[in-house]
Design a protein around this ligand. Sequence first.
Ligand SMILES: Cc1cc2nc3c(=O)[nH]c(=O)nc-3n(C[C@H](O)[C@H](O)[C@H](O)COP(=O)(O)O)c2cc1C
Length: 180
Amino acid sequence: MKLVGVSGALAGEKTSLTVNDVLVNAKLLDSTIQTELIDLRDYEIDFFDGAPLAVYNEDTWNVVKKILSADFLIFGTPIYQASISGALKNLLDHLPEYAFKNKVTGMVATGWSNKHFLVLEYHLRSILSYFKGLVPTGNVFVHNDSFNEDSDKIIDDRVSERLQKLAEEIIYLQRGITNR
Ligand SMILES: Cc1cc2nc3c(=O)[nH]c(=O)nc-3n(C[C@H](O)[C@H](O)[C@H](O)COP(=O)(O)O)c2cc1C
């Protein structure tokens, strides 16, 4: 099974580290799982303007292909203006309607206000469900205070534990779908 992580931040490190944490935990739980991190800082994704996919640049095409070929996925977003990042939404706008059929799609977010922990539930979950993704009951919001200021490493053990539990849940659910 291939697990692809998508980090929807173009600015800092925290979202990418959080998504990667889930990938690392998944690999520790099951070494046969292949993992890949798509960090949007590494790609130039064209702005979606209604044209078909073939018209966009190679990065856009490659990233969409990687996402569609994943067995299951974990999406990470920084909270921007009480919602998901525009970069992540733009990438999702490139996908076909049934992109996540029979795929588990987990969610993590980073932000500076705990008041926005429900953004994942109210903004990202509905989009992933629209694409027919199975969204786990667990998701993880990581407050900026949970990161070491210098290294951006996660220093809150409860957060690390929740990320591990999320990795467990997405593997469990995806196995259920794959072996049904
Ligand atoms: C333009 C902008 C808007 C933001 N809006 C919010 C917000 O509404 N709620 C929140 O909790 N954090 C907000 N943040 C904080 C970021 O979500 C937070 O710093 C996040 O950890 C950044 O992730 P990154 O290091 O992956 O870029 C905002 C940051 C920026 C730059």
